[in-house]
Design a protein around this ligand. Structure first.
Ligand code: UDP
Length: 257
């Protein structure tokens, strides 16, 4: 398949907190070996550009307000399967950058922060999709732990626009970029915003991590990107408001229910 290919967008992965908790073997095997194979084929062929979709999970549970690409990673212990996902994607990053250093392959790594939008399913985590669907079904909306966890949600349309611009940008070669919104919101506030938009009579239900993901689960308390490097390289970053993003998702969900 790589024959005659100019650019490879390697977006395939085992993804979603729930899937990682339920099937860590599949997660690790899916994320590492195919990346290795694709990079080798790309280096042998005439591939001009290789884009690796990585993830904010590589930062792990790093403290701090906003994370930058050269920050240290802060993964948890191997006894907790969640960290297998970030670790497997970090190996993919190391390998991708190594192909740039050793073989001059034109690589770019994008670390996606929480990506949302129409057509996203909630089976593997994906809180916005789950909240919208639960609220439209009359509730309750299930918030894990106390809902003080903080995330930033970027619309898939803007995220892919950034991805495409990065691939076309020569100065992005051999580098890693955060791709995400930097508008932070707590999960409990998110639940209230979704409920307000769909049906104010819907209730919030608090669920312990143990009941959602089983033993040994650890969450990331705060995840916010610094997107200055992205902006410097391509002159844009995701800016769509959460309001607009939620309206888009809820409108789509309404059509499918
Ligand atoms: N979450 C929640 N209820 C749900 C699904 C997720 O409260 O039904 C929380 C989860 O604990 C996490 C945040 O929402 O703190 C984002 O979860 P998601 O699975 O969307 O992505 P993550 O950021 O964990 O990769």
């Amino acid at each position: 398949m790589v024959h005659g290919v100019d650019i490879i967008y390697h977006l395939a992965a085992a993804v979603g907190v729930k899937l990682v908790a339920d099937d860590p073997v599949r997660t690790i095997e899916t994320n590492i070996y195919p990346t290795e194979q694709l990079l080798r084929l790309a280096a042998q062929g005439n591939v001009r550009k290789f884009f690796l979709a990585s993830t904010s999970e590589v930062y792990g549970k790093r403290p701090g307000d906003a994370w930058s690409e050269d920050d240290d990673l802060h993964l948890g212990p191997t006894s907790r399967p969640r960290w297998a996902y970030g670790c497997s994607k970090a190996i993919g990053e190391f390998l991708t950058l190594a192909y740039y250093q050793k073989y001059g392959l034109g690589v770019t790594v994008g670390r996606f922060f929480n990506v949302v939008g129409p057509r996203q399913v909630g089976n593997y985590g994906m809180v916005v999709s789950r909240f919208a669907e639960a609220a439209l079904n009359g509730g309750p909306v299930t918030v894990y732990d106390d809902g003080s966890q903080v995330r930033c949600f970027g619309h898939v349309q803007e995220m892919t626009r950034c991805l495409n611009a990065l691939v076309q940008e020569d100065s992005a070669t051999g580098r890693v970029f955060n791709i995400g919104s930097d508008q932070a919101i707590s999960i409990l506030d998110l639940a209230h915003v979704v409920i307000e938009k769909v049906d104010p009579s819907v209730k919030v239900e608090f669920v312990a991590y143990h009941d959602a993901y089983g033993d040994n689960f650890e969450d990331v308390q705060r995840r916010v990107p610094n997107t200055d490097r992205l902006y410097q390289a391509i002159g844009m970053r995701p800016t769509m408001t959460l309001d607009g993003i939620l309206d888009d998702i809820i409108a789509w969900k309404k059509q499918t229910l």
